[in-house]
Design a protein around this ligand. Structure first.
Ligand code: ADP
Ligand code: MG
Ligand code: MG
Length: 875
């Protein structure tokens, strides 16, 4: 079995595709060698050795020792130097490098092969004792720290003292004698620590190899993999690269640097990087001296700079991606020591992908695959003006529930927030926690701050759905809404005061910080998403209840509305009294009278939506929540409301009491409500069809209303409702004498509906999966109570994902798949979509694509993300 892969002088045994066993660094060193790019010679020990080491009680596979020694002999030959040779010593670096890039997380040792004899040889050979002792003290420091666990600070302190004693600021100002002394001091540190510095170079080598392998499991490497969701059980392991040293610390025409082929912040096509004269690689990262901008290299060594630019260009064209490189210049000669795909901001990722298509480097498909949905999400969030933010005071920190930056006046009451928001004022809704009644206020606030609740609390879920910045569970905040202020420690913030919240960090800041939010797509992102549209099969619609959201949705490319929740229209300030009148009505006539007052208002709502969605389908869900949500719950409010309604408080209280349910989510809601009170569905149908007729007649706007009946579990529920709706609608259309195409369909959100989807499809013209309720009912997880156990489920690995965020493929997904198949078999032109939170989740979208759905619907701000994810699913 082969464990060692050699590279030297334009020929390498490895190549870029071998990242799994050579790691990214090793594979790319081999690739660069094969490309004829100057790379110092060396070899890579396969990551399989690391895997073996951890599965075989910290031992190496048989034959490794011989292979490494043979490779060292070969390295001696190609360099003309000897490992441990006192006359012409060969020095090497021993470098980590895993398949996935984990910048700076693992260890590397430079200048290995130095000892008391070879350092003298190096001094003579280079005629540069200062350099030789600089290399030696660096080696003693890195080796002691990395291989033997001597605290790094011991060496650093000794170095600082030496500089102080000499009255100098920088390492480079120490001369050969100083460094020689420093070497002695460093050796004493080894003694103090009871550690032996091995003079035997092979001993050094094997200790270094083991140190690198051990760094794979170092605390920070493990943590990094956790944070980046790189699973430990994939056990990739690190390769070990042994590379002949080249020296950037040999004087003023030597140096070292790092560079990107494009600007990693903006994506702009220009070389971006830093350079340090007379230094070794780690100095740049360690920030010992401030590096110079790469443009300085052009001034100092124009020829070398030109060569560097050419190599970088070649690398980028070869890898077809922005590269992040390390280079070292040894007495004017340039060497590349590393290349990899450069990390970049979301903004840069999008620009680079699009630019590269224009440059003919990659295809549109590749560009679409290269940008991550999160990149799209990030560039669309409002951002603080960073300069202004830096001046503001952070007063509290909560959970970063929904990313984005928001600034506004503190308002505690949702109706008030809604009213002010409607009038264009910027408000932050501050509540202990939120409930469905607060949705209107949330919709018109810039952001939401709560003192209670977790990442899946109502506030968090709704805010994410709306694409609204939110900080939740900021426990140190004491909300005194009745008294009109909140308090954090001794800071009091009154209603009307300005605050700012950062939903990405959870920070709450005092004062008004200007934000910037894109209100549409332009430039590179618009272009990228147009390509995505050409590729995707899934349609993308938006969940929108009000014209403003519909407008945003259109700007972001939504092809219709997949879910308009009509109850939000009833929660508004001028409507809730009418709604309540309807609920407390004792007779059908009274109820109809109240409904008739709501009708014109709701019709206007639909007209607003339809106008914006002209020519596109709009799915309207009939009333869904249990009626108690529309009534006040505490005594004081009940009294006030009773006065408004002209009834006694006792009477109203009895009604509130009678509407209480033990399991409201499984109770009197959805179609069960309209089956008991068909008048409500009739009013809503009149509003929908009336709006469509008027728009057609008055403005010649074509509307495609899709009336959706929620919570159907048995086909007979649908049969009953459909008959009522159809009668009203057809009658109106006939009387109006216009042509209106409308559909009647159902939400599929009850497991029984999935199982009997073929029956239901005989009656329904479309399905829309309500995956939130479907998940709730399939798992029997109460959405509102999952905070008590879901975090633990995730942490203990019982569930891999939060099923309310990412569709549960194996359970809920199976139901979706089955219902889609059964439905389409029963009715071949059945339209099938999804309108739950999952409609905007890339991983779920992949599933919906495969399951053969026709479209997904998500919140307006997720539409661009869904467009990209749908295209990626199709590739
Ligand atoms: P990291 O992954 O932390 O960047 P590296 O293995 O790339 O670790 O090495 C750390 C620094 O040492 C880099 O700046 C690199 O360029 C430099 N370096 C590594 N090997 C050599 C070598 N053979 N000659 C000169 N410099 C080297
Ligand atoms: Mg590196
Ligand atoms: Mg539902």
């Amino acid at each position: 079995k082969k464990y060692v892969y050699f590279f030297a002088n334009g020929v390498a045994e490895g190549k870029a595709e071998m990242k799994d066993i050579l790691g990214g660094k090793g594979a790319n060193l081999a690739e660069m060698t094969n490309l004829g790019i100057p790379v110092p010679p060396g070899f890579t020990i396969s990551a399989e050795v690391c895997r073996y080491y951890y599965t075989h009680g910290h031992t190496y596979p048989e034959g490794l020792k011989e292979e490494v020694e043979a490779a060292m002999k070969r390295l001696e030959q190609v360099t003309g130097k000897g490992f441990g040779d006192p006359k012409r010593p060969l020095l090497v670096s021993v470098r980590s490098g895993a398949a996935i890039s984990m910048p700076g997380m693992m260890d590397t040792i430079l200048n290995l092969g130095l000892n008391d004899e070879t350092v003298e040889g190096l001094a003579k050979m280079t005629n540069n004792p200062r350099f030789a002792y600089d290399a030696y003290r660096r080696f003693l420091q890195m080796f002691g720290d990395t291989a033997l666990g001597i605290p790094r600070s011991k060496f650093e302190n000794a170095l600082e003292e030496m500089k102080k004693a000499k009255g100098v600021k920088f390492d480079v100002e120490l001369d050969a004698n100083d460094l020689k002394k420093l070497v002695e001091i460093f050796k004493n540190i080894y003694k103090e620590e009871n550690k032996e510095f091995p003079q035997d170079v092979y001993k050094q080598l094997w200790l270094a190899i083991e140190a690198v392998i051990k760094s794979w499991m170092s605390e920070r490497a493990v943590k990094y993999r956790q944070i980046h969701n790189i699973r430990e059980d994939q056990m990739l392991g690190t390769a070990v690269n042994i590379v002949a040293m080249v020296f950037g610390n040999m004087g003023e025409n030597s140096g070292t640097g790092v560079a990107f082929t494009r600007d990693p912040n903006t994506g702009e096509k220009k070389i971006y990087g830093e350079f340090l004269p007379n230094a070794q690689g780690e100095d740049v990262v360690a920030g010992i001296r401030t590096p110079l901008p790469i443009s300085e290299l052009e001034r100092l060594m124009p020829q070398t700079y030109k060569e560097l630019v050419e190599i970088m260009d070649k690398l980028e064209r070869h890898y077809k991606d922005m590269q992040d490189i390390e280079f070292t210049i040894e007495e004017g000669k340039l060497y590349l020591l590393q290349t990899r795909s450069g990390k970049r901001t979301s903004r840069a990722a999008i620009k680079i992908a699009v630019d590269m298509v224009h440059e003919g480097l990659i295809t549109k498909e590749e560009a679409v695959l290269r940008v991550k949905p999160e990149d799209v999400e990030r560039v669309l969030h409002p951002r603080f003006d960073e300069k202004e933010r830096a001046k503001a005071t952070v007063i509290a920190k909560g959970l970063p529930a929904s990313p984005g930056a928001a600034t506004g006046k503190v308002i505690f009451d949702s109706h008030k927030a809604e009213e002010l928001g409607r009038n264009g004022e910027m408000v932050i809704l501050v509540r202990p926690e939120t409930s469905p009644e607060d949705v209107g206020g949330m919709a018109f606030a810039q952001g939401i701050l709560t003192s209670r609740g977790g990442m899946t609390s109502h506030a968090a879920v709704v805010a994410r759905g709306m694409g609204k910045p939110a900080v939740v569970g900021a426990e140190m905040i004491e909300v005194k809404e009745e008294e009109g202020f909140f308090r954090v420690n001794n800071v009091v913030v009154k209603e009307g005061d300005w605050i700012s919240i950062d939903g990405a960090t959870g920070e709450v800041l005092l004062g008004k910080i200007p934000t910037i939010r894109p209100m549409g797509l332009e430039g590179e992102i618009a272009e990228l998403l147009k390509w995505a549209d050409e590729i995707r099969r899934l349609g993308v619609r938006a969940n929108a209840d009000i014209p403003r959201d519909a407008d945003v949705a259109r700007r972001f490319g939504a092809e219709g509305i997949g879910l308009c929740r009509t109850e939000h229209m009833f929660f508004e300030k001028d409507r809730i009294p009418k709604m309540r009148k309807m609920i407390v009505a004792k007779t059908k006539e009274e109820r109809e009278k109240a409904l008739n007052e709501l009708l014109p208002l709701q019709k206007e709502d639909f007209k607003g939506l339809f106008r914006i969605m002209a020519g596109y389908p709009v799915t309207i869900r009939l009333i869904d929540p249990p009626l108690h949500e529309f009534l006040p719950q505490d005594d004081e409010q009940i009294e006030a409301t009773a006065r408004e309604l002209g009834m006694s408080a006792k009477e109203l209280k009895d009604i509130v009491e009678s509407l209480k349910e033990l399991n409201p989510m499984l109770g009197h809601r959805g179609c069960r409500l309209t089956i008991t009170y068909p008048e409500i569905a009739i009013m809503q149908t009149k509003a929908i069809i009336g709006a469509a007729i008027e728009l057609k007649k008055e403005e010649n706007i074509d509307v495609i209303p899709e009336i959706m009946i929620p919570l159907v579990g048995h086909v007979n529920e649908l049969v009953y409702m459909k008959k009522i709706i159809k009668e009203v609608a057809d009658q109106m259309i006939k009387e109006a004498g216009v042509q209106i195409e409308y559909k009647i369909g159902t939400m599929i959100e009850v497991p029984r509906a999935c199982v009997t989807a073929d029956e239901i499809a005989k009656e329904a013209e479309f399905f829309s999966f309500g995956t939130n309720d479907l998940t709730q009912m399939t798992f029997a997880f109460s959405r509102d109570d999952i905070g008590k156990f879901l975090p633990e489920y995730l942490q203990k690995g019982i569930l891999e994902h939060d099923p309310f965020k990412t569709l549960d493929y194996e359970g809920v997904g199976k139901l979706v798949e089955m219902a889609t198949q059964k439905g389409k078999q029963a009715r071949s032109n059945l339209k099938v979509g999804v309108c739950g939170e999952h409609g905007g989740d890339p991983r779920s979208i992949r599933f919906f694509h495969k399951a053969g759905l026709d479209y997904v619907s998500c919140s307006p701000y997720r539409v661009p993300i869904a467009r990209l994810a749908a295209a990626q699913a199709a590739l």
